[in-house]
Design a protein around this ligand. Structure first.
Ligand code: UDP
Ligand code: MG
Length: 315
């Protein structure tokens, strides 16, 4: 019998967890042709999340959990999930029920048909502001244009992964992680299913605008060095334009004796160039910072406690 693991990163999810457990167990109850493992990754929660998980694990031996030594962020918590998961396949989902467990049977159906990565794609992006929508479109466009692999729009982390994918993801141990990109990077046979993402019902989201912008920069700089090339091109382009303008001014002065109006043009040029230069240094710095962080070779996460549910069923 195949073992299916459900992996759930949790950070301060005390309100959601009981509802989550209830709806997941309800969905998996009829699927008795599989063994089940529910692996919670407690990402250093500061509320009662861990003790709720412990209570659930006492009652239900399908539950395992890993508790991290502090809050490492969802991206790192997911790597802990890949490392500790035991299943022949795993379903990765959020604890806040925004990823409907009712999709699990469909995902398993496609897995049985031989797909390795069954990902859930949002039909629409729910209640998001116009700006956030446009920015996310711009981000996906940039990433898509500058990488070799397909970057999927409106796809989150909610997906079923075959053990082949899990094995591959375990090898990708970069410290600054953009897991959505890694799923695309590994390739394998992918299948899309559509769903409507619910709004969060309990607790609140852990993302603010700057964190999202940070994740977008992370995504770009993790998968492409194209921004460095943009900086080079803009340098060449502006240099060329300046050259043309210089020649034109020289001609004007020497042939027509034109007195050149200096100040406004000068200010424009200085400010414009200053902007481009700062941007380029920033881009350079992003990459340099990455090299710095990776070169320290720190572990991606540290584990405080691991509890394995039913050890007999789990190989
Ligand atoms: N999460 C986590 N560590 C963090 C932040 C979030 O493990 O530092 C988990 C969180 O408990 C939830 C999932 O990641 O299960 C998604 O978080 P959230 O709902 O805040 O993100 P959103 O749905 O708004 O993208
Ligand atoms: Mg959420």
């Amino acid at each position: 019998m195949n073992l299916v693991s459900i992996v759930v990163p949790c950070f301060n999810e005390q309100e959601s967890l009981p509802h989550f457990y209830e709806s997941v167990t309800e969905i998996i109850a009829p699927l008795s042709q599989y063994h089940w493992e529910i692996l919670f990754i407690d990402d250093g929660s500061r509320d009662k999340t861990l003790s709720i998980i412990r209570d659930l694990a006492d009652k239900d031996d399908r539950i395992s959990f890993v508790s991290l030594s502090r809050n490492f962020g969802k991206e790192n918590a997911m790597l802990a999930g890949f490392d500790y998961v035991k299943g022949d396949c795993m379903v990765l989902m959020d604890a806040d029920l925004q990823d409907p467990p009712s999709l699990i049977p469909d995902m398993l159906k496609y897995w049985e048909e031989g797909y390795d990565d069954v990902y859930a794609k949002r039909r629409d992006r729910g209640k998001e502001s116009w700006l956030r929508r446009k920015l996310s479109l711009l981000f996906y466009w940039l990433l898509d244009k500058s990488t070799r692999f397909d970057v999927l729009k409106n796809v989150g982390d909610f997906r079923l992964l075959d053990h082949r994918c899990i094995e591959a993801l375990r090898h990708l141990r970069e410290r600054e992680r953009y897991t959505k990109g890694l799923f695309s990077w590994i390739g394998y046979r992918k299948k899309e299913i559509l769903f409507d993402r619910q709004d969060r019902q309990y607790g609140s989201t852990h993302w603010n605008f700057f964190q999202l912008a940070g994740l977008a920069i992370e995504g770009l700089t993790s998968f492409t060095t194209a921004p460095l090339r943009w900086a080079t091109y803009s340098g060449i382009l502006i240099g060329f334009a300046a050259m043309c303008y210089l020649i034109w001014t020289l001609i004007k002065v020497s042939i027509w004796g034109d007195p050149v109006a200096g100040f406004p043009t000068l200010i424009c040029v200085i400010v414009f160039l200053g902007g481009i230069q700062l941007f380029s240094i920033g881009v350079l710095g992003e990459y340099l910072g990455k090299v710095f962080n990776e070169s320290k070779h720190r572990p991606v996460y540290l584990v405080q406690e691991y509890h394995c549910g039913n050890k007999d069923k789990l190989k």
